[in-house]
Structure formats: C-alpha cells, structure tokens
Design a protein around this ligand. Structure first.
Ligand SMILES: Nc1nc2c(ncn2[C@@H]2O[C@H](COP(=O)(O)OP(=O)(O)OP(=O)(O)O)[C@@H](O)[C@H]2O)c(=O)[nH]1
Length: 376
C-alpha cells in the first residue's frame, strides 16, 4: 500500500463535514477501473488535499507508478489483500495520514480487485479510527464487459456489489446500451438501494460519489463481528506478507478480532483460487516474442495483468494492461533506469510454466546488437 499527497488546485473547497476525516473506499473487481477512478478524482477534485491509500495484490506495486503525481510521500506497505492480510497496516497508514503536519481533507482507499470491502469498512468503524474518520461511502466499480465472468469466478465480486453504496457501471464504451440496461437490472436485484451510475473511463460527476454520506454505519455493528486479531487465520495461498505473524506494533488499537466470521470470510482468495505472479527483469523484452506470448500462450484463467514494459525495439516506457481478453499498451517516457515489471493475476495459474514463457520473451543479447541501447 502506498500513500500519495495531492495539493489543492484551487482555493474553492467542497463542503467538508466538521467531524472526522471523510473516507471513500473504492472497490471493484480486477481491472474494473479503480485506479482510473482514483486518478480521475485526483485530477478533478478541486480545492481539497486528498490522500490516497492504494493496496495491490501482487509483490510488485505497479499502481504506485500508475497513480498520478505520486511523490516522495509514498509509503510502501506490504502487498496482499487489504481485507484479510494487512488490516493493521491499513490502520497504521491511516494514522500516518492523520498525523501529517499538513492537513488532509479527504482520504480515498483503493482496495485490491480481490478484496471484500466489508472488513476494510469495519476497520474504520470498529477501531478507534471510528472517532477520527467518517466513512462516507463505498464505491464499487463494475467492468460492464466482464462482470458476469467476475461474478461467476469470485465471491469477492459478489461482496463488492453487496456492500457498494454507489455502483459505477464502467467501460460502457465496450458494450451495447441494452447490455448495460440488463446489467443494471441484474445489479438492482443483487443489491437494492445502491446509487447506480454509468461511466466511460470512470468519468463520473464527483459530487455524486464524494462527500455524499451514503454509508450507513448503523447497518454495520462491528461489535457483532468476531473482529479481534486472531492471527492464526488462513491467508491467501500465496501470501508472503512478512508481517504475517501480525505482531502488534505502534498504536494500541488492536483490540478488534479479525477472526473472519461467516459474513466476511478471509478464505475467499483460497476459495476463489486466485494467485499472482510477479516478474522483474533488467533485460528488455523482444516485441515479437511478447506478442507471441499474448497471442498464443495467455490462458483464460489469467484475468488481469499489468506492467511497465521495456522492449528492445523501443525507446519508450510502455504501460501494459490486460483485463479479461482485452489488452492495451500505452506509450510513456522513462524517468529512471529501464526495466521490466509485470504482474499477472488469475486462478489456478501454473506459475513455473508462465514464468518460463515470460522469460522466453526476453530479448537475447545477440538481438540487442546495433539497436542503439540506452539512446532512448
Ligand atoms: N475501454 C475502456 N477501458 C477502460 C475504462 N476504464 C478503465 N479502462 C482500462 O481498463 C484497464 C484497467 O483499469 P484500472 O483502472 O487499472 O483497473 P483497476 O480496477 O484499478 O485494476 P486492478 O487494481 O488491477 O484490479 C486500464 O487499461 C484502463 O485504461 C473504460 O471506461 N473503457
């Protein structure tokens, strides 16, 4: 998880409640558009100093690079799923925001695509954060093109809808309007009373999603939940969170039980069988080989991939996204050392085989000759 600060762009501030730092949780399945919404908020929320906490599933934090205007205020926290492995890190990160010298007006928390948002919400309600923050709403992003598949494959996708105060039907450009209408009917069935919005590239009117006071905390009674940090609970199968003995540190706020009762089981990752594979290299890929990998070796159980890519044939930095069957590669500029970073997320992945396939995409030293390395 990382925190990022953003300076106000104008002096005109939106109405801020008097008590407690307002918090919006952005959730939604893998690739649904959470980071896109976050960036949209950061670019358009005028007059407010907004801090963001971004949590990712995967060892490499690609989002750190993709959230706009990231600066020296970034704090790296453990990877994993915020809902079940880094609850305490979340509290620590919120404290860091609250303790800043420069006052923060608003906090936006982006969960991983595999997170159940309820435990995240309960972290704000069921600890002493309750007195210092005010959970404004849970915003759930939905990928209109892939939603049926997401729901089929993941219990988390279901929870994200159940606990969404606002549901944003995103990527409406990729489906017919009739499909969006049908999806909306389906969602209203799954969740009554949510505010449902539609968007392309997460462009929603911000007053409809921020400082809306839609989260109804009286519906959630944290004391009813078994929420003390009984850290023997099962984590994600590939959880490598070094803090995972969850030894207590810092503030005395660990009286809640994270034992994961029926309502928000931490074994959702295990049940859903999702794992992530991270790849890094200081060697470039060959475009031709990477293209072959995408066209012939990507299997449908790889739901999501993202990366900062370096190709032998290009001086540019390339931002790679795969979401469902669709992928994109955007050009960008290198600022520091060139390298390859790639994260793939899916169900029942054959890690060894995929790693071998990706390794095979690396350009061989003989292919690099005369290509003007380092000139980009
Ligand atoms: N066509 C289309 N693409 C979109 C839209 N919104 C987002 N995307 C693209 O979808 C991909 C995933 O978007 P992100 O915002 O990174 O999704 P995310 O939910 O943060 O992804 P994870 O955090 O990895 O789960 C990116 O390539 C976006 O540019 C949209 O409305 N239409």
């Amino acid at each position: 998880m990382s925190t990022v600060d953003h300076a106000p762009q104008t002096s005109e501030a939106m109405a801020i409640p008097k008590q407690g730092l307002p918090v919006t949780i952005i959730t939604g399945f893998l690739g649904s558009g959470k980071t896109t919404l976050l960036n949209y908020i950061l670019s358009n929320q005028q007059g407010l100093k907004t801090a963001v906490l971004v949590n990712e599933f995967g060892e490499i934090g690609i989002d750190n690079e993709l959230v706009i205007a990231s600066d020296e205020n970034m704090v790296e926290l453990s990877n994993g799923c915020v809902c079940c492995t880094i609850n305490e890190d979340l509290i620590e990160a919120v404290y860091k925001v609250l303790e800043r010298e420069q006052k923060i007006d608003y906090l936006v928390v982006e969960t991983t695509g595999l997170a159940d948002p309820l435990p995240v919400a309960l972290t704000f309600l069921g600890t002493e954060l309750r007195d210092m923050t005010r959970l404004d709403s849970i915003v759930t992003m939905v990928d209109c093109e892939n939603f049926s598949l997401d729901l089929f494959n993941s219990q988390a996708a279901q929870s994200q809808i159940t606990y969404g105060d606002i549901i944003v039907l995103n990527k409406t450009d990729l489906v017919d309007e009739a499909e969006v209408d049908a999806l909306e009917v389906r969602l209203r069935d799954l969740k009554t009373g949510a505010r449902i919005l539609r968007s392309k590239k997460a462009e929603v009117p911000l007053p409809l999603i921020l400082s809306v006071g839609l989260f109804e905390s009286d519906k959630y009674a944290p004391e009813d939940h078994d929420h003390s940090h009984d850290h023997d609970h099962d984590c994600a199968p590939d959880c490598q969170d070094p803090s995972h003995d969850h030894s207590h540190h810092g503030h005395d706020h660990h009286h809640h039980d994270h034992g994961h009762g029926k309502k928000y089981s931490s074994d959702h990752l295990e049940m859903d069988g999702f794992t992530s594979l991270s790849f890094r290299s200081d060697q470039p890929f060959s475009i031709r080989k990477f293209q072959y990998f995408l066209d012939n070796q990507l299997t449908p159980n790889i739901f999501r991939a993202k990366g900062i890519l370096w190709f032998n044939e290009s001086p540019k930095r390339h931002i790679f996204h795969l979401s469902g069957k669709r992928f994109s590669l955007e050009d960008d500029q290198w600022n520091g050392e060139k390298s390859n970073q790639l994260v793939l997320i899916g169900q029942n992945l054959d890690h060894d085989k995929i790693r071998e396939q990706i390794n095979h995409c690396l350009s061989l030293p003989s292919e690099n000759k005369g290509k003007g390395f380092g000139k980009g």
